[in-house]
Design a protein around this ligand. Structure first.
Ligand SMILES: NC(=O)c1ccc[n+]([C@@H]2O[C@H](COP(=O)([O-])OP(=O)(O)OC[C@H]3O[C@@H](n4cnc5c(N)ncnc54)[C@H](O)[C@@H]3O)[C@@H](O)[C@H]2O)c1
Length: 261
């Protein structure tokens, strides 16, 4: 029995890069895949590659980002395969600029695809998975979630994906639905426009997605796992350090004593 035999997996942005590698990986473990991409040629190419390897896939050509697209892509997966067992909210866009050079339309596009796209795709998928009593959401975060210079909007959307992952994990506790995020680092078309340079191809990242979707990860929930240059990391949620002191009435002066003047 293969690890993902018969599971219906929806992957957004699966026409190229990481999404394509995830599609090939999960199909190799027996999953049937809905390959979404805004680029129809690329979606068709991934579907053909999955089928050539003996797998099952259908294409969905839709721009992720709106509530309508999220509902429709989940419905397309159900129509194609009768269910949605896992969703990888992978579609994303990137650009690099100082914040003072950002144009409103680029700012809105990046938030729409990277953050609203995750929200609007995961929401209908989670509703179905809660009704089924099982399912896995895999969000795609980024090391940029901690904030990178000249990538502030991209970083903010990935920070938002991190917060969604941690918050949804609490809401989904005990529901049978698991949620994770992965933080990849791979040489893709997106990387060509970045000053960060990855040496490895997206196929190096794909086994982590396969693992997180599989029952072998059934004991994990709400984790953000990073794979970079061969190193596997698990993120620690951001936390506040209480060591600066306690007072019932902080003043400007005592705060300065604690934090420095
Ligand atoms: N490459 C990396 O090292 C890296 C690092 C961290 C995070 N990520 C994240 O991984 C994901 C995939 O990145 P990638 O490097 O494979 O990028 P990529 O540009 O190589 O591929 C992205 C794919 O998504 C599609 N897409 C873009 N907007 C879409 C939309 N609105 N609806 C549907 N499809 C859309 C594109 O057509 C393309 O096929 C993104 O969320 C990205 O932020 C990538």
């Amino acid at each position: 029995m293969r690890e993902l035999e018969g599971r219906a997996v929806l992957i957004t942005g699966a026409g190229d890069g990481l999404g394509r590698a995830f599609a090939l990986e999960v199909a190799s473990h027996g999953a049937v895949v809905l390959v979404n991409d805004v680029n129809g040629d690329h979606a068709a190419r991934t579907v053909a590659e999955v089928r050539a390897a003996g797998g099952v896939a259908e294409a969905d050509v839709r721009a992720i980002g709106s509530a309508e697209a999220g509902e429709a892509v989940v419905a397309a997966c159900v129509e194609a395969f009768g269910r949605v067992d896992a969703a990888i909210t992978n579609a994303g866009i990137f650009h690099q600029a100082n914040m003072w050079d950002e144009k409103p339309e680029t700012a809105e596009a990046i938030v729409r695809v990277n953050l609203l796209g995750v929200i609007h795709t995961a929401t209908p998928a989670i509703r179905r998975m809660r009704a089924q009593g099982r399912g896995v959401i895999l969000n795609i975060a980024s090391g940029s979630m901690a904030g990178n210079a000249e990538m502030s909007l991209y970083s903010a959307t990935k920070g938002g994906v991190m917060s969604l992952t941690y918050a949804w994990a609490q809401e989904l506790e005990g529901s049978g639905v698991r949620i994770h995020a992965m933080s990849p680092f791979a040489y893709t078309a997106m990387m060509k426009t970045s000053t960060s340079k990855a040496a490895e191809g997206p196929e190096h990242m794909a086994p982590l997605a396969g693992y997180l979707l599989s029952d072998r990860a059934a004991h994990l929930h709400g984790k953000i796992v990073r794979l970079k240059n061969g190193s596997l990391h698990i993120a620690r949620p951001p936390e506040f350090d209480p060591s600066l002191g306690q007072s019932s009435k902080w003043t400007l002066a005592t705060i300065a004593d604690a934090l420095g003047r």
